[in-house]
Ligand binder design. Structure first.
Ligand code: DGL
Length: 262
């Protein structure tokens, strides 16, 4: 029987966006097996009620627990903002969540103006607004709802005219207001960094919280005595509630991973 430390980490998102977190965790914790679940059939979460996001997050977590996951990373700002408290109360495993990185952007801003690009669900949530209020005294924080961009990434439309148009619509007004940090408050958005940079150039720092989430995951596993052994037979597994083609396309063409299981 497999030792608990060598059981996989579960990671989930409403779709392929959480792969931006998966990449960082895989890099930092190379011995860990990972089960990734994309809830494509129910994407986007950003437009759903809190009750619905809780329901989907609980179902996906149960799926990961049933596959023996020793811990779960909620690689979705929307699900973390709306459902992680419920998940922590309901399941006995450790959870790691992700919320838009307001603090580092606000502390490091030189112009005193930053923007958060996230889904409607995240921007409306109590969790996010508590973090925002803590820092809004010293920094002007502009909120931008970027739900349409989730579809761009889900459909692999980065680098297209449509992606460019939507990004211009969101980011041009921010450039006029002299932001110097743009927080990528949705895990899908790191896959748009090249497109975003075409608009912001070097004038704006793009804050991607994924590396910090990987460090936090390592810290939690260490604390709980759950780091995989160096002899662990690492496995990658990917599941989708919808069209597996989206995940497959992202893994093969964007991430460059050729060997994995569904
Ligand atoms: N990737 C997600 C997030 O970080 C959710 C996008 C969505 O489903 O609306 O918020």
């Amino acid at each position: 029987m497999m030792e608990i430390i060598d059981r996989p980490i579960g990671i989930f998102d409403s779709g392929v966006g959480g792969l931006s977190v998966w990449q960082e965790i895989d890099r930092l914790l190379p011995d860990e097996s990972i089960v990734y679940y994309a809830d494509n059939a129910n994407c986007p979460y950003g437009e759903k009620t809190q009750k619905e996001v809780i329901r989907h997050s609980a179902r996906v977590t149960q799926f990961l627990v049933d596959r023996g996951c020793k811990a779960v990373v909620v690689a979705c700002n929307t699900a973390t903002s709306l459902a992680i408290d419920y998940l922590r109360e309901t399941f006995e495993i450790p959870f790691v969540g992700i919320v838009p990185a307001v603090k580092p952007a606000s502390i490091n801003s030189k112009t005193g103006v930053i923007a958060i690009l996230a889904t409607a669900g995240t921007l409306k949530s109590r969790k996010f607004n508590e973090a925002r209020q803590e820092f809004s005294g010293n920094t002007e924080i502009i909120l931008v709802e970027g739900g349409e961009l989730v579809d761009i990434v889900e459909n692999g439309l980065q680098g297209t005219k449509l992606s460019e148009e939507i990004l211009h619509k969101h980011i041009d007004p921010l450039m006029e207001r002299h932001i110097d940090h743009l927080v990528l408050g949705c895990t899908h958005f790191p896959f748009l960094i090249e497109d975003i940079k075409k608009i912001t150039g070097d004038r704006v720092i793009l804050d991607n919280p994924a590396p910090a989430i990987a460090k936090r995951t390592k810290f939690i596993l260490e604390n709980e005595g759950l780091i995989a052994s160096p002899t662990n037979k690492k496995q990658y597994q990917f599941f989708s509630s919808g069209d597996i083609g989206m995940l497959k396309n992202m893994l093969e063409n964007v991430i460059g991973l050729k060997s994995f299981f569904y």
